[in-house]
Design a protein around this ligand. Structure first.
Ligand code: C5P
Length: 286
């Protein structure tokens, strides 16, 4: 038996704009994404001689072909024609689900990266990204990691300068959430009042200017989520009170992230959020 291990990093959307609905039912988006240190740990055992199995440390995660990590393994072995001679995947889940943090996508990406490395890079990076896109719109970014502008339905990537490393990102996961397709539908029926200024964000990243990065974070899904759950704004107010440089919902939510230049301020926010019953994570860009 062979054991492989791989971290699966979460992502945040520094910007997220939804442009138009496409004929295939997806939407064209423009989003600047950044990987963060919050991660799941994936363990893969090959040559188990016992067929396929998947387990997860959290009971609410599906452990069959609905799981993106499973789908990733299926498409990898189909594309390469390799026989794993029995495979068992274990996901130590730290990234909350239904959060907009790309948890499922990053598990899938970690499976693809780890298998491809083990099988001596049979697939090129380009082929791996294409395979990732078949599994989910955010999987290619989770394969590439760092910072990137994602376009199309999220799979067309252009690498950008990463966020400066000397900052802290506080992530808060409220108990409510809304499904991604539902939020896209609500967005189709609403007027988008504020859209991200993508070139300003790209420039801020290039300059490594944390203040400007924080100033330009913007996500068109946030007002839609807040129209159902106004608590989004109460949480954001706690971030501002504790000195966040910028605060925003990530993806289609419901997690909220804030950028800090001081660990002390980040930790005092975490204490306050925890005392209000919220799940929190102290993270850094990776
Ligand atoms: O690709 P993924 O499985 O992550 O997408 C989940 C759902 O989110 C899609 O079925 C679609 O309803 C919506 N979506 C979209 N446009 C995108 C990405 C996702 O409409 N660019």
């Amino acid at each position: 038996m062979i054991t492989l291990k791989e971290p699966a990093f979460a992502k945040i959307n520094l910007t997220l704009d939804v442009l138009s609905k496409r004929a295939d039912g997806y939407h064209d988006i423009q989003s600047i994404m950044q990987s963060v240190s919050l991660c799941d740990e994936i363990t893969i055992i090959l040559q188990t001689g016992k067929g396929w199995s998947l387990e997860c440390s959290k009971p609410d995660i599906p452990c069959d072909s609905r799981n993106l990590a499973w789908k990733a393994a299926v498409v990898f072995f189909e594309a390469t024609g390799v026989d794993p001679e029995g495979i068992s995947v274990y996901i130590d889940k730290k990234i909350p689900s239904q959060a907009g943090l790309g948890g499922g996508s990053s598990d899938a990406a970690a499976v693809l990266l780890c298998l491809n490395r083990h099988y001596k890079n049979r697939l090129s990076q380009e082929a791996l990204l294409e395979l990732g896109a078949k599994v989910g719109s955010d999987v290619p970014f989770c394969i590439q990691q760092g910072a990137a502008m994602a376009e199309g339905r999220g799979e067309k990537l252009r690498k950008l300068s990463k966020m400066p490393g000397d900052c802290w990102i506080v992530i808060c996961k409220p108990s409510f959430s809304a499904s991604t397709p539902v939020l896209y539908r609500m967005l189709d029926e609403s007027v988008i009042r504020e859209r991200p200024r993508q070139t300003d964000m790209e420039r801020a990243l290039q300059e490594g200017n944390l203040l400007k990065i924080a100033e330009h974070i913007c996500n068109v899904f946030e007002p839609v989520m807040a129209s159902i759950y106004p608590e989004v704004y109460d949480i954001k107010a706690l971030y501002h009170k504790n000195g966040a440089l910028g605060v925003q919902m990530t993806g289609s939510g419901s997690a909220i992230f804030g950028i800090f230049d001081s660990r002390t301020k980040a930790e005092s926010l975490i204490t306050e959020l925890n005392s209000n019953g919220y799940l929190t994570f102290l993270s850094k860009p990776v």
